[in-house]
Design a protein around this ligand. Structure first.
Ligand code: BGC
Length: 457
């Protein structure tokens, strides 16, 4: 009988939690869409607005500037107004940005619209995983938070196809005047869907308890955990707040400084190992190996596919083998692939599928480890009361590092050459391995409150 009750509870909670997570993972889809869409549009825009190389860079990176701002704001805003309300605001920014990027007749109008969208991404990239972590039962938390990353990579993959389809729908002149507008404009559709669905999900129970609204949190926790566990959760969450005052200064105290170092360190390492050099510039890399434009595009789609496939594998593994094992395996394997890619460029052996195979191995290694796991850890390692602000700091660091990598990759490629560039990323992957080995704790299967205790030891 007990078992029957338990499994019913399990079913209720999983249905509820999965629904909630899918909704917030839609935010991830928008993240992937918005970062990738410009890759297909920028060529047309270059002609339409007669852009200089610097402006082309700005067309790509204006969004990331917005992301840094959005991530910075997300913590303070979501601690004050709740996770749900701030996500709703982000959805509205997405819609404004999609339409705003599609209609302008000046380049500066476009840039402003992209910065607005970036603010939306900065917010959702921080809050969606965090919201998922706060609502998920410990047993499935890794998987459910990683769903967000699955949405990100699905967004990237889908966008490659949508871009291709739109640009094939007319001639060159139509492309320059209209195609890129459609590419950005279609983003309004998932934006509206995200906005509407957000009204159906509850506020984070942990945030409610922090606001002194335990009565409102209990029914939500009951749906997630069943009766017995829910009451215990309320007590555990309340206790966790008793030990913290929620000020950001607390994070710099010796006992918690290490959590901040781990969170921010992982965020930066996720980016400086070079993933977005590949994500944003893959066709250029393949062209450097001698591939024609078409072959380069096909190879790029392959990159998107492998990224998606191995993210699914990560989802399956993250609550089984744990976060740390995936990070260690992934960083070692990224370091090896980057070393080999560097050697290939150094020795001039770039013909044939050799470089492609190791780029795919590198992307697979990232997708199974640093891609999803860093977002999962960033959403779960910080104590309850300062989670919003602390996750925001880590997320801001991640976007800032993304900005640096995506800005420096083209000049690095030109001046230092591909071999040195990839070796540099490889060295970072090695640092990521040792950083993880020495500093990152295993959080698999632990409640958020148990994780807090880990740092006190
Ligand atoms: C990273 C993004 C990256 C994506 C690629 C994410 O985890 O934060 O910067 O573009 O993975 O799959």
């Amino acid at each position: 009988m007990g078992n029957v009750v338990a499994s019913n509870n399990d079913r209720v909670s999983m249905k509820f939690v999965t629904l909630v997570s899918i909704v917030s993972a839609l935010g991830g889809l928008l993240f992937g869409f918005d970062t990738a869409v410009v890759s297909g549009a920028v060529g047309f825009m270059e002609d339409r607005f007669d852009l200089s190389k610097l402006q082309v860079g700005w067309a790509v990176s204006s969004l990331i500037i917005g992301c840094i701002v959005g991530a910075a704001m997300s913590g303070v805003l979501s601690d004050r107004f709740g996770r749900k309300r701030v996500l709703i605001a982000a959805a509205i920014l997405f819609i404004i940005s999609s339409i705003g990027s599609a209609i302008p007749d000046t380049f500066s109008g476009f840039v402003i619209a992209r910065i607005i969208g970036g603010i939306g991404i900065g917010i959702t990239s921080t809050l969606c995983p965090l919201y998922n972590a706060e609502i998920a039962p410990a047993k499935y938390r890794g998987r459910l938070v990683a769903l967000n990353q699955l949405a990100v990579v699905s967004g990237i993959f889908l966008t490659y196809f949508v871009n291709l389809w739109i640009s094939n729908s007319g001639n060159e002149a139509w492309g320059i005047e209209t195609a890129w507008r459609w590419m950005f404009g279609v983003g309004a559709v998932p934006g509206v869907l995200f906005l509407v669905l957000l009204f159906f999900v509850p506020e984070s129970p942990r945030w409610l308890i922090k606001q002194g609204q335990a009565a409102a949190a209990l029914p939500i926790l009951l749906k997630i955990h069943g009766e017995k566990l829910a009451k215990q959760e309320v007590i555990d969450i309340k206790n966790s707040f008793a030990n913290e005052n929620g000020s950001i200064r607390q994070l710099f105290k010796p006992s918690l400084r290490i959590v901040l170092i781990v969170g921010v360190g992982l965020a930066i390492l996720q980016q400086v190992t070079g993933i977005n050099a590949v994500m944003y510039y893959a066709p250029e890399i393949f062209k450097a190996t001698g591939a024609g434009t078409n072959a380069a595009l096909v190879q790029t789609i392959l990159v998107g596919f492998i990224n998606l496939l191995f993210t699914i594998i990560a989802l399956w593994l993250i609550d089984k083998v744990g976060r740390k094992a995936l990070l260690l395996f992934g960083s070692a394997s990224m370091a090896i692939s980057l070393l080999v890619i560097g050697i290939a460029f150094h020795s001039g052996h770039t013909d044939g599928p050799f470089v492609l195979v190791f780029v795919l191995l590198y992307v697979a290694s990232f997708a199974v480890s640093f891609g999803p796991v860093v977002w999962v850890l960033m959403s779960e390692i910080f104590p309850n009361r300062i989670r919003g602000k602390a996750t925001a700091i880590a997320s801001m660091a991640l976007w800032a590092a993304d900005y640096v990598v995506s800005q420096t990759f083209p000049p690095l490629l030109n001046t230092a050459g591909p071999a040195t560039t990839f070796w540099l990323y490889g060295a970072m992957a090695l640092i990521a391995f040792f950083f993880t080995w020495r500093l990152v704790p295993e959080t698999k299967g632990k409640s958020l409150e148990e994780i807090e205790v880990l740092w006190k030891r």
